[in-house]
Design a protein around this ligand. Structure first.
Ligand code: FEO
Ligand code: CA
Ligand code: CA
Ligand code: CA
Length: 606
């Protein structure tokens, strides 16, 4: 009981209309500003960003990385005007990242270009401060830091030192160089940042001319031949034929202390090796630490980790090792008592040596030991019959009820359906939620239902696939596809970010550019809050403690793919052909952070 203070306003803003403008659209009464762009400085010695993409690898190591994704604001003290903004840099768009000669092959590929790309991946720690109404990066600051593909990290947990983690450069299997494809994120109640390695497979390939991938490499999709990044041509550890265990050292969650720029990041192998989307941390009834995680691939799985030790606010140094040991579980979503109602029951299956596999063996017999199980997490989950989901993306936990929500972004290749993934050829995606037995996050059973089936009410009869209109909380004014980023604010508003088809035609007509919406988890109402510029996705979300400012990331503006709105001029020739965001005179589009606030000084969303 809160003593009778009124419940917070959940959705107090006027919804914005879908659009295909090359700009940020926010509701009436809100303002936004752009900062922390790709290439912006972090240090006094950072060279200026060059609009013609001629910055060097050494320059890039001193600048914000590319394609910002997950992000968290760590206040300094309890400040809502000064803190550390920590963000992921997932990948690069070569057509914007390199000069045209490199993209076309006119300039020979070199180690310098490999290193420049590597330095644009990873994490930035930025000391930020609100000064005279403007959020700015504080330079110099002892906190500012770049972490990238060549930053030394300690391998911790059950796979530390395992034979499968040993390479010629690190025969002990204990020190990994760097992190890659940093997608979603997490944060812990003890003040650390979690960066999640997603599509690591795309950075490995071979110049050998032969496909010598093992079953593990095939399951994770390591490139059979030459990778599109071409790192293996100049950096042997990315050639799987030369270093067959190097890819085993990617696909983990890395814990970073943002308050100590000299600290060594820690790869937390107890949390499993998958294409990690994000990491949502909560506490079990007995204060063990629970982390929910999705593996973003069509027909892959949902996981949770439960720590061995318990969180204790009085022992901050011990909390720092809580992610070192525990049990990893994978989810099975069942139909429950009633068939066809898109709700049911589920169970968590432990990925430990004694667990029986569906073929009558055990995980221990198949993968030798716990380290072997964790390096082969996907294969272990296959062996116990986990539920194949429609691309599990972000998980978030309701701050009051403990209910967990998960975006299932889409799965156009699905044929066999089940209640949790009820559509074949699922082009729109859905959000599922579950309630653990006894409201205990460490429980081994749960109940689930679907919070929303995205869809298009105007295209209910397209094709032969049912349920295309979406659930009853989707209408002509709030329709969207491919929910991806997902987070509750402290009052329990559910913020939904999309990374989907922005063609605005056919099945996607009326959806416009990628966007951010806000939902009331009780009424299930959903309203559109923001529309992004051309070609982007909206991702990464975090608030100041007073909730007067929300920070989001605009990733890959100008990326056009194969959509019908592909520009007439190839952006590799004219980088501004599709998007000029955020600065028309900037030479090329740039991923950046957007901060949004309410002009009357209220909490965002109210
Ligand atoms: Fe990097 Fe699944 O998004
Ligand atoms: Ca059911
Ligand atoms: Ca994502
Ligand atoms: Ca994405």
């Amino acid at each position: 009981d809160d003593g009778g203070s009124p419940a917070p306003v959940m959705l107090g803003f006027a919804q914005v209309a879908a659009n295909t403008l090359d700009t940020i659209t926010v509701p009436a009464g809100y303002k936004h500003a752009v900062f922390c762009r790709w290439g912006d400085p972090l240090f006094p010695e950072s060279p200026a960003w060059k609009p013609d993409a001629t910055n060097t690898a050494a320059d890039q190591a001193l600048q914000f990385g590319d394609n910002h994704d997950g992000m968290h604001f760590f206040p300094l003290g309890n400040s809502s005007t000064e803190g550390l903004l920590v963000m992921n840099h997932e990948y690069i768009n070569p057509e914007f990242f390199f000069t045209p000669g490199v993209q076309s092959g006119a300039t020979p590929w070199s180690l310098e270009q490999v290193r420049k790309g590597q330095h644009a991946h990873g994490v930035s720690v930025a000391h930020v401060k609100l000064t005279n109404g403007n959020w700015q990066v504080v330079i110099p600051s002892p906190y500012n830091r770049r972490i990238h593909v060549n930053t030394a990290m300690a391998i911790t947990g059950p796979a530390r030192g395992h034979a499968l983690m040993q390479t010629s450069a690190d025969p002990t299997g204990t020190v990994s160089l760097g992190t890659v494809n940093n997608c979603g994120n997490g944060f812990t109640i003890w003040g650390t940042y979690l960066t999640c390695e997603e599509n690591f497979n795309g950075y490995f390939g071979t110049t050998s001319g032969a496909d010598t991938r093992n079953a593990n490499m095939r399951r994770y999709g390591v490139t059979a031949g030459v990778s599109s990044y071409r790192w293996e041509e100049f950096d042997n550890r990315f050639d799987y034929a030369k270093e067959p265990n190097e890819s085993n050292r990617m696909g983990w969650i890395v814990e970073i202390d943002p308050f100590d720029a000299s600290s060594t990041p820690k790869k937390r192998t107890a949390l499993g090796r998958i294409k990690h989307e994000n990491a949502a941390q909560t506490l079990a009834a007995d204060n063990r630490v629970v982390v929910y995680m999705g593996d973003d691939q069509a027909d892959d799985y949902v996981y949770k980790f439960v720590s061995t030790g318990k969180y204790d606010a009085n022992t901050p140094m011990l909390n720092r090792n809580l992610l070192e040991s525990g049990t990893l579980y994978v989810a099975k979503f069942g139909a429950g008592a009633t068939a066809g109602d898109m709700m049911g029951t589920g169970e968590w299956i432990a990925l430990v040596p004694s667990t029986a596999t569906t073929d009558g063996s055990t995980l221990g017999a198949k993968f030798t030991d716990i380290g072997g199980i964790l390096v082969n997490t996907r294969l272990a989950a296959d062996a116990v019959g986990a539920t194949k989901m429609d691309r599990p993306e972000w998980v978030t936990v309701h701050p009051g009820t403990g209910e967990a929500y998960l975006t299932l972004t889409n799965n156009s290749g699905r044929s066999a359906t089940d209640e949790a993934n009820p559509r074949a050829a699922n082009i729109y995606g859905q959000i599922i939620r579950w309630r653990e037995a006894g409201k205990d996050a460490a429980a081994l059973t749960f109940e689930w239902d679907l919070f929303v089936l995205a869809g298009n009410p105007a295209h209910a009869n397209v094709g032969t696939v049912p349920l295309q209109a979406g659930s009853s909380n989707i209408n002509k004014d709030n329709l969207f596809n491919s929910p991806d980023g997902l987070a509750f604010d402290a009052d329990g508003r559910l913020w939904i970010q999309t990374d989907g088809n922005f063609s605005n035609t056919g099945n996607y007509a009326g959806m416009g550019n990628n966007q951010m919406l806000v939902a009331d988890p009780t009424t299930k109402e959903i309203r559109r809050f923001l529309v992004g510029p051309s070609g982007c996705e909206i991702t990464g979300i975090t608030w100041t403690p007073d909730q007067k400012y929300v920070f989001v990331n605009v990733q890959h503006p100008g990326e056009y793919g194969s959509h019908p709105r592909k520009p007439a001029v190839d952006p590799a020739v004219d980088p501004l052909a599709f998007s000029k965001w955020p600065d028309a005179a900037g030479g090329r589009p740039r991923p950046a952070t957007v901060v949004i606030w309410k002009e009357d000084g209220g909490k965002v969303g109210t």
